[in-house]
Write a protein that binds this ligand. Structure first.
Ligand code: NAD
Ligand code: IPM
Ligand code: MN
Length: 354
């Protein structure tokens, strides 16, 4: 049966890197993959056309697709909008609306790129981390939230970090299940030394492990220490479980371990049978947008994750990943990786490996 992939190119470099992912999907379709690619407006592009970053129609289209592949959203032109009308609010609404609560962010350092990292080769060559980031809760979604003006004229800004046991345990379950296919080691990050909800996170993760996953080697680490350990000795970790905010920050840090933020894909998944949301972890990169030099690897590797987790094509996913690796092995490099290739030329190099 033909599956549907909804492409949401978004803003800035989003459309540039999405175009390469679309070409890769097109090649697979021409080779027999039963896939239909649809496209819709999202983020700032949708604000400009409709006034909303995510229209109800596009959310319905996303929920009706088998997988959604997003480029990136945001940019200075929309930064002045009220908070709930900004491109980023559309992304949060899409994640919440699709109920994709577990965000898998693999950070693999391809051997060819070990010298592109800001760390020495010995620390990153062969690195293969998997972040499992909670994606639909925590301080991103908690209430109360907002900014009020106090009687004395100063302002008071509030965001609320909040989790329930079920929200914690459903994402921990995803981490434990994935760890079973890897080394079995999971390290969970929080700030239980200063946050009650952080200590509760630790306790609820440990309780699930003790009740149902005795084979998992679970450890806990304070998130600030983890930020340091990730640059001291990143290979000590395998699966890393985090809340929404710490996962955002620590996965960008891990981006540099792999050579560039432009290398990291992600998969946001929910309950079995529901569509996944796939996106590079990088943003719209306003500083390089429009120049045709963005690294498309994260977008192409996100397509590979969609093939694996939502489109029932794990073997094609491996072929796409191998094509990216082959291009890098042959020396293909965009400027963020120390090269001079354009986005399109990098796409050609990847397609050559398919
Ligand atoms: P960013 O990730 O867009 O860029 C950070 C730095 O990394 C920039 O120097 C950029 O040029 C570089 N970079 C990122 N992706 C790259 C790629 N594929 N190839 C080469 N270089 C790349 O982060 P930012 O500048 O802090 O944010 C810009 C905008 O993007 C903001 O509006 C932010 O909210 C948004 N954002 C969106 C997403 C998303 O859509 N998923 C993710 C992060 C940030
Ligand atoms: C990411 C981004 C988003 C996040 C923003 C754009 C809402 O930084 O996907 O990493 O913070 O989750
Ligand atoms: Mn981020």
């Amino acid at each position: 049966m033909t599956k549907t992939l909804l492409l949401l190119p978004g803003d800035g470099i989003g459309p540039e890197v999405s175009a390469v992912a679309r070409r890769v999907a097109g090649r697979l379709i021409s080779q027999g993959l039963a896939l239909k690619v649809e496209e819709a407006l999202f983020g700032g592009a949708s604000i400009d056309a409709t006034g909303l970053p995510l229209t109800p129609e596009v959310l319905a289209q996303a929920k009706g697709a088998d997988a959604v592949l997003m480029g990136a959203v945001g940019g200075p032109q929309w930064a002045g909008q009220p908070y709930d009308k900004r491109p980023e609010a559309g992304l949060l609404a899409l994640r919440a609306g699709m109920n994709v609560y577990a965000n898998l962010r693999p950070a693999r350092c391809f051997s060819a790129l070990a010298d592109a990292s800001s760390l020495k080769r010995v620390f990153v060559d062969g690195l293969d981390l998997l972040f499992v980031r909670e994606l639909t809760g925590g301080v991103y979604f908690g209430s109360p939230r907002g900014v009020e003006t106090l009687p004395d004229g100063q302002r008071r800004g509030v965001n609320t970090h909040v989790y329930t046991t079920s929200e914690i345990q459903r994402v921990a379950r995803v981490a434990f299940e994935l760890a079973r296919g890897r080394t079995g080691a999971v390290c969970s990050a929080e700030k239980g030394n200063v946050m009650e909800a952080g200590l509760m996170w630790r306790e609820d993760v440990q309780a699930l492990r003790d009740a149902e996953y005795p084979d998992i080697k679970l450890s806990h680490m304070l998130a600030d220490n983890m930020a340091m350990q990730l640059v001291k000795n990143p290979k000590q970790f395998d699966v890393i479980l985090t809340d929404n905010l710490f996962g955002d920050i620590l996965s960008d840090e891990a981006g540099m371990l792999t050579g560039s933020l432009g290398m990291l894909p992600s998969a946001a998944i929910g309950d079995p049978g529901t569509p996944g949301l796939y996106e590079p972890i990088h943003g719209s990169a306003p500083d390089i947008a429009g120049r045709g030099v963005a690294n498309p690897c994260a977008a192409v590797l996100s397509l590979a994750m969609a093939l694996r987790y939502s489109l029932g094509a794990a073997e094609l996913a491996s072929r796409v990943e191998a094509a990216v690796e082959a291009a890098l092995d042959k020396g293909a490099r965009t400027p963020d990786l120390g090269g001079t290739m354009t986005t399109a030329a990098m796409g050609d190099a990847i397609l050559a490996g398919l």
